[in-house]
Design a protein around this ligand. Structure first.
Ligand SMILES: Cc1cc2nc3c(=O)[nH]c(=O)nc-3n(C[C@H](O)[C@H](O)[C@H](O)COP(=O)(O)OP(=O)(O)OC[C@H]3O[C@@H](n4cnc5c(N)ncnc54)[C@H](O)[C@@H]3O)c2cc1C
Length: 307
């Protein structure tokens, strides 16, 4: 299914490799294969990383998930859109929700730049604009919006056939079918709704890239772009009915909402249809921020690299 031969996260100390062993065990206990590699095994798979004596952070080993890879996000989005259209769903493009229509305490529709649309139930799934739309509905959400950037280089001959993530800093890389290296790093460190990043992060990501893969130091960057991430305090999504009658929320996916799309869509559809959380997402309600029963699942996202 994927173009890559798995995902590798490098470990740069014995302690880090130890924590990766813990993670590999947790994955295996949940039926997901994972392997711990020593330094020589990593070198055999990804010899283009810096294994020299002068490496900034020497590679001790890695964790490998051999079935992981990347999927073309736009093809996935269009695939879902066409399938939904085929099932009779109306998709109205370039239609901005500007407000919510109320009947007493209940939300019964939305105002848009194309007119009013009435609805028995409304699902809010607007990622980087969750807090903006939430506020219009009268919901104050525990969400911060930050920009995350991604980068693409000029096309190269095949070099990287895994997804490689750097355990010593924020950097991940894969190679697209067209040959460009696709990579990224950490969030821009301030709240923003701007869909562009700042140069500080470009520099940090480039530093990490070259520390791990010195061979790409002269490769030209073609473009970079930024998208808004709706970050929650516990790095887990919010997917639930809201305290406002008729309004359901699917947001707060931080860095990881793409890979979750099939499962989150399934659970959200169930929740909308029945008015009750699907059992799989019962713990992902808003209430957890009131009770303090937050979910520690940061390990499923990029922040896991540094743990
Ligand atoms: C650079 C970058 C790299 C990423 N890498 C990964 C990754 O490797 N793996 C992963 O799993 N996730 C990744 N993500 C996160 C992932 O893209 C998101 O979590 C995911 O797209 C969220 O899906 P969504 O359908 O909830 O929202 P979106 O895909 O953002 O869709 C929300 C839609 O709502 C629309 N909208 C907003 N406001 C309004 C309004 N007022 N009225 C009408 N429509 C509105 C938007 O135009 C948009 O079309 C990355 C994100 C970025 C920016």
């Amino acid at each position: 299914m994927f173009s890559q031969r798995g995902q590798i996260v490098t470990a740069h100390s014995a302690d880090q490799l130890d924590s990766f062993s813990h993670r590999a065990n947790v994955m295996r206990l949940n039926g997901i294969d994972a392997d711990i590699l020593d330094r020589d095994a990593v070198r055999r798979l990804v010899p283009y990383l810096d294994f020299s004596d002068t490496a900034r952070f020497p590679i001790h080993g890695a964790i490998l998930q051999g079935r992981a890879g990347t999927a073309r996000h736009d093809a996935v989005a269009w695939g879902y859109a066409r399938a939904a259209d085929g099932h009779g769903v109306d998709i109205i493009q370039n239609c901005e929700v500007t407000g919510f229509v109320r009947d007493g305490d209940r939300i019964v529709g939305v105002d848009t730049n194309k007119g009013r649309i009435g609805a028995g139930k409304i699902g809010l799934a607007v990622a980087g604009h969750t807090s903006v739309l939430g506020q219009k509905a009268g919901l104050e959400l525990p969400i911060e919006s930050h920009v995350l950037q991604a980068f693409v280089t000029e096309p190269l001959k095949p070099l990287v056939d895994h997804v490689v993530a750097y355990g010593a800093d924020h950097f991940y890389v894969s190679q697209s079918d067209k040959g460009g290296l696709v990579f990224g790093g950490n969030l821009d460190g301030y709240n923003s709704y701007a869909q562009r990043g700042n140069l500080g992060v470009v520099r940090e990501v480039a530093e990490a890239a070259i520390a791990l893969m010195p061979c790409i130091s002269r490769v030209r960057l073609l473009r970079h772009w930024g998208g808004v991430m709706d970050m929650t305090p516990d790095a887990s999504p919010i997917i639930c009915p809201t305290p406002i009658d008729g309004l359901y929320l699917n947001g707060g996916w931080c860095y990881g909402g793409f890979k979750a799309t099939p499962a989150s869509g399934w659970c959200f559809a169930h929740t909308l249809a029945t008015g009750k959380p699907h059992p799989l997402i019962a713990a992902y309600g808003l209430d957890r921020f009131r009770t303090g029963r937050t979910l520690d699942e940061a390990g499923v996202g990029p922040s896991a690299w540094l743990q």
